[in-house]
Design a protein around this ligand. Structure first.
Ligand code: IDP
Ligand code: MG
Length: 141
């Protein structure tokens, strides 16, 4: 059964011009793009998106980073999407990411790590709803 995950190309990767290469890696890995947008997150929106991390020491920095410029949220669909996408992007810290992963190739450090990925099917649906209404999701191909 195919399922969905939420990717975000984060501000520093957009700024550096890596978006096209990253999207190509998603498509080559077999993901279908079901929705995509370019947006500049407001502080309340970023705080809401990362609410699970609000007690973490890096929360304020993370919100400042994610509001620092435009980002590109993308809904991806594939069998086993959440797990396969996290394998494709690699570990949160690029120093620990496997060779050939998106973060190994494009991330700067553990914070500026190029892309987001959902960590469960349940959270993927919540995260998708943060950025896209149901009629923005392409369900007909
Ligand atoms: P994930 O993006 O691999 O799921 P999470 O632990 O959910 O990693 O953290 C969310 C985001 O917060 C990371 O992608 C990264 O941008 C940032 N982050 C995580 N850990 C640290 C840290 O130790 N210092 C600074 N930023 C961090
Ligand atoms: Mg996470």
């Amino acid at each position: 059964m195919s399922n969905k995950t939420l990717a975000i190309i984060k501000p520093e990767a957009v700024e550096k011009g890596y978006s096209g290469k990253i999207i190509a890696m998603y498509i080559e890995a077999g993901f279908k793009i079901k929705a995509m947008n370019m947006t500049h997150l407001t502080k309340p929106s970023a705080e809401g998106f990362y609410a699970v991390h609000r007690e973490r020491p890096f929360f304020n920095e993370l919100v400042a980073y994610m509001t620092s410029g435009p980002c590109i949220p993308i809904v991806l669909e594939k069998e086993n999407a959440v797990e396969d996408y996290r394998k494709l992007i690699g570990a949160t810290d690029p120093a620990k990411a496997d060779e050939g992963t998106v973060r190994k190739l494009f991330a700067v450090d553990i914070q500026h790590n190029a892309v987001h990925g959902s960590d469960s099917d349940e959270n993927a649906l919540k995260e998708i709803a943060h950025f896209f209404s149901s009629d923005e999701l392409l369900n007909n191909y």
